[in-house]
Every structure is written in structure tokens, then in C-alpha cells.
Design a protein. Sequence first.
Lengths: 253, 247, 274
Amino acid sequence: MKKFLLTTLATLALGTAAMAEPVKVGIAAEPYPPFAAPDAAGNWVGWEVDLIGAVCAAAEMECVITPVAWDGIIPSLTSGQIDAIMASMSITEDRMQTIDFSNKYYNTPTVIVAAKGSGIVPTAEGLAGKILGVQVSTVHQDYAQTHFSGAEIKLYQTQDEANQDLVAGRIDATQADSIALDDFLKSDAGACCENVGAVADDPAILGLGVGVGLRKGDEALKAKFNEAIAKIIADGTYDKVSAPYFASSIYGG
Amino acid sequence: MLEALVEAFPTLSLLAWEPPGWGANLIRGLVNSIQIALGAYALGLLIGTAGAFGKLHGGPVTRDLLAIYTTVVRAVPELVLILILYFAVTDLVNQGLVAMGYARVQISGVAAGIAVLGVVQGAYSVEVIRGAILAVPAGQLEAAKAMGMPPMKAALRITLPLMLANAIPGLANLWLIATKDTALLAIVGFAELTLQTRQAASSTKAFLTFFLAAGVLYLCITLLSGVVFGRIEKWARRGQRGSGAGQ
Amino acid sequence: MGPARPARQRGGAMSVQAQPRFWQRHRIVMAALAALGVLLCAVYLRWDWLPKYLPLIGEGIWRTIWLLAVTSVLGFLLAIPLGLAQAAGPWYLAAPARAFCTIIRGTPLLLQLWLLYYGLGSLFPQFPAIRQSELWPYLRQAWPYAVVALTISFAGYEGEVMRGAFKGVPGGQLEAARAMGMPRLTILRRIWLPLAIQRALPTLGGESVLQLKATPLVATITVVDIYAVASRVRQDTFIVYEPLLLLALVYMIITGMIVLAFRWFENRVPSRVA
């Protein structure tokens, strides 16, 4: 907070109009623990929220966290309602046609979670004839549609809804980021289910990691985010932010 | 009594005002919903009044444009209109500003919500107000004209009060639609009551408790509005024959 | 759908006032501008995704119409007892019917839908018996919840209309039937119900359009209607406006068909007492 105030004062002292404008960082308006979720007091908390604070402090920017529906997060960016996306958005070729990305700030494996004792394995044969839930417009949707064409693929607006339907037994399995699913498995509701393993890697679909989504041509902001990400990794802030949430670094290779 | 209830249904404690209860969040959402509903309703009435006069007294082009507006808005789902207006309008505004050399503006969620729902409300209130004006007995206006009342004064003193009584049931209905349509803004991620409820429910997994609680809140608005509009109608019909009689 | 369409004429009376011609000069200009707009949309906007998604779009439209038809019919059938109970039932039937209509009309459909889908969904894991029951293959899918939510919503709104319709049937008709010694059920079936439905008919078209406009909400519980297909296109391709424009067009066409169908239907029903 203190640091935020300092940066605000610094920008005020500089007095440039462009810098006084706070950067609106969009996050998905749906709970995605442990990355970002609202708490009972109405504040957004989680690793990604803390990371936004750290990145903005390192870049000496004033940032405002703006929740936007995942469904409309890219149009919100391109139409100027937000300036950057930090919502666990994977860097993909498809998205690169519409928006730009900073360097990655984390990369974790993709796993399948199914009901305990279901005998489902994370392969095309193991999932044939099963109902697999994935979040729309994610790398997981692309991956499932490419590699698990034998399964019935059900699309959800949020991973949270897919998890709920897995608990309710409406789908047989769900595929998502290992961290998000680990968090779900640790919750009371997740007691029904287990991690049945990681899917085979496909770098063309899964491999680029998660980056900050930016408007095309917003090179100044992109440079700032890249510098800030490199800086917090170098000076240990990244690990400090991650320590309360994860046992090991999720920056990935 | 309250304690016994909470003991029987432990999830009720999640509705408490202070965290870990989510009550304050729900009320914040409710306030947002009411704010947007009020704004959209007011904007809708403005559009509706202007549109009704345009339909009654405007030239052929105005009338046809208004007909297209009311037809299209009433034929396309609010959800689709919200998405189109929410993204397209902010995009167009910003593209226009950038083209003219200004910086982008941030259109707040509240303003966008009010604008979008107001345009939807406007299409319905045009018809309500037009119908109410048409239902004003012609004799009343003729009498005013015969007395030498100027048109502006006749509109204010005769048409407006008389048409208000006719318009109130329709306008009450529109207000209820406005409050319920705010729920659609949940789809674009605006933190009104339905989205707040949804977030609280997914975070705590107490779905039934939160959805039922939100239902009660919406119902309170509806019932309260019913009472208020009933009073207003009684007031607007004061002095009219048959007021206060059943129906 | 021109606004200059003459009002439906009753009893064959000719209207004295001549209707203005539809193709007035300003309308020709407006039509030309509209055609130009459509042409510009077709040329400058991106439609290359259309062939790939055409089968999905077809399925989506079919599901939307199916949902609309099934829930309107079921909802109307449910509205008849709801209206009758409120208009003529004893208090122990009238009060619950009235409460039902008030609650359904007083809360957003989106909330009702989520309450059914996620609220009930969160109960299922607590009762393993449900998962073993024969109903489970249906309960597991999303469309039954959509059908139930849309049906009770339609019933809630139309139940209120039917209440007024039952009350509005002229008492003389019923008295005449009673005087003829008709049994009560027969009066209901042959006189009261047909007359009430006839009175409610003009509102049905409008209610059906409102019902159509409510259907896209089911996309939020994973039912793949035309709205969900358009969302999918938007999310797959990041094209924002084109799928939404197509969506608006589809809904306008369906609305137009509903309006025409009801106009045709109303013209066929004799309306001497209406």
C-alpha cells in the first residue's frame, strides 16, 4: 500500500498526463482460486492479485484491478475498457492474432481430474465416450478438441462451473491447469475427485505459458511489463509472493 | 429463534454482515442493481417521452425511425443487445476519440449498464407513454383549446396529469423489468446482485442458501415497488371517478 | 413488418380513411440506406467463419426453437390451472397459485435458472440414491433444467393473464350453461375454458416473443442454443460483432415468424365475443 502511495506521489510529481492515468488490469470476474477469487469482504485475493501488485510496483505504475467476465475479456481489452489482462491467460497463436502478450509469468502442467475410482486415464482411449468439461476459449478446450475427439466435450464459461458439475456428477472429468485443480481437490467439494495425471504435452497448443495480454501496438506498456516481470524474478519478489501459495516455483521451464 | 434457525441450517451464518459472512457483498450488489435500475429507468422515461411525442407529432422519417427502434429492441433478446451495445458502443466512442486526437476514455460499468438498459427500457416506454397519451379523452383537450389555453400549457396541465394515471400500470411493469434486467449485467461481469450472489455461492459452495437469499432480496424490491406504485396511481387518479374502486 | 400495415379489421367493415402507400419517398431512401448498410457489412466485416460453423448454427437455431415451443406449450398448460385457481379456486388453492406467480414474476429468470441448476446440482452429491436412480441420465444433462425453468417462468407470467381471462368471461354465459343443467366440469371444458383462452390469445403472441428473448439465458448452464453457438464463435475466433449481428438477425426473424403465426391464428379464431 505504502509503495502504491509512493508511486502515485511520484507520478503526480512528474506531472505527465500519460503517467497519471492508472493502468486498468483486467482479471476474470469469476473465482479462479488460488490465482484470483473474491473474499467475503468483497476484495479480490490470490496469487495473481498479489503478483499484479508486485509487477505494478516494480514498473512504478498505478494499477487498478478491474474484474471483467472471462467471456468478454479480450473485447474489453481491444475496446479499451481495460489496458492489460492478467487472468491466467495462456499465450497462444490464435490469441496473438488479436492481442499481444508480454513474456510469460508462469507455466504449469495440464492435468485431468476425475471422480475417485472412475478408472479414467488421461489419454484419448481413456476418455473415449466420457464427458469431459473444459473452460471455453482456453488452451484446454483446444487441446481436448484436438486430442480427445472421442470424448463428449462440454464447454463452461469458467473452470469453477466445470468443477461444480464434476462434483454434481454431470461430467466425468475435467481438464485444466494443475495448480487450479490442486486447489479444488484440496477443498471440501474436491473430496469426490482425484488427479488422474498430466496429459501428454503438445507445445503447439499448451506450451507457451501464461503472459500479460495487451493491446496490439501498446509497445510501451509491453516493455514495462516485461521489465517488471524480469525484475521481480531477479530480485526475489516473485518467490516471496509465491511462497504463501505454492510449495515450489510455478514459473516453469 | 434466529439462533435455532442458524443451528438447523448452518449455511445461514454465511449471510452474516461481517466477513466471513457475505451479507455485505450481497447488499453492495443490491445497491449497484438498484442504482443501475433507477438510472436505466430514468433514461428510459426520457427516451420514452421524447419517442412518444415523436411518434405522435413527428414527421414521417422520425416516425419510421422510431418504429424501427422499438421493433428491433423488442425483438432481440436483452442479453444480445447488452453485449452489442456494451462492446460496440464503447469501442466506437473510443475509436472516434482516438481519430479526433483525444485519449481513450474509460466508460465505467455503471454508466455502460445504465446506457444499455436505458436504451432497452426506452423502446418499451415509448409504447406505454404513447398509449397513455392516446387514451386521454379528446374532449378534455378540446375543452382546453376552447378555453384558449396555449398548447404548451395544455400539454402540462391537461395531457400530462391525465396520461400519468393511464401510464402508471405500464410504467410500474417497466420498473420491475428494469430491476430484473440488471441481473443480465452479470453476464458482462458487472458486480450487481446476481453476480455477487454467484461469486459468494461458488466460493462457499452454499448455492441454495445464496440463490434463495438473493431471490428474497429481489422479491422485496418487487413487493415494495408494488406498494409504492399503488400509492402513486391512487394519487394520480385522485379526483377521477371510480378511483379507489376495486380493479 | 411495416408500421403502415392496416389494423386487423373486424366484421368486414371497410375503413373509411385511405391507408397511406407503403413506399413513400422517404422510405425508399431509408430502404436504400439500409441495403447499403447490409452491403457494407457483408463486404467489410469478416464472415469467413460462417461455413465452418454453419452446422452448429443450424443445430443451435433448432434447439432455440425447440426450447421455445416446448416450454411455451407446457407453460401455458400449467398457466390454466394457475389462473383458474386464482380466479375461482378456494383460498387454499388460490393463495399458493398467487404466491407462485408473484415469486416467479418478482425474481430474475437468470437467478431461477442458476438456483435450479447449481442449487439442485449441489444437492445431488449428498444423495447417492439419486445417482443410482433411472432419472439420473436426464438429471445429469442441462436441458431438463432449462425446460423446467423456462416453463415455470412462462406459467408464472401467463398464469396472471389467465386469471384475468377467467374472471373476464361474461357471467351470463356461465349462468346460461348452468341454467341448461350442464355439469360444472362440462361448463369449464366447453364454455369457460374456451372463452378464457380466446380472451388470453392476443397476449400469447407477446408472451411468446418475451419467452424467445429469455431462451439465451440457458447458455449460461451449458445448453448449446443459438446464443451459445454465437458465443463459441466469438471465443474461438475473437471476432466480436459479426456473430452478435447474426444473432440479432436470427432472433428478429424468429420474432417475425411468431408475430405472423399468431396473426394468422387469431384471424382464424372467430372473435365475436372478444
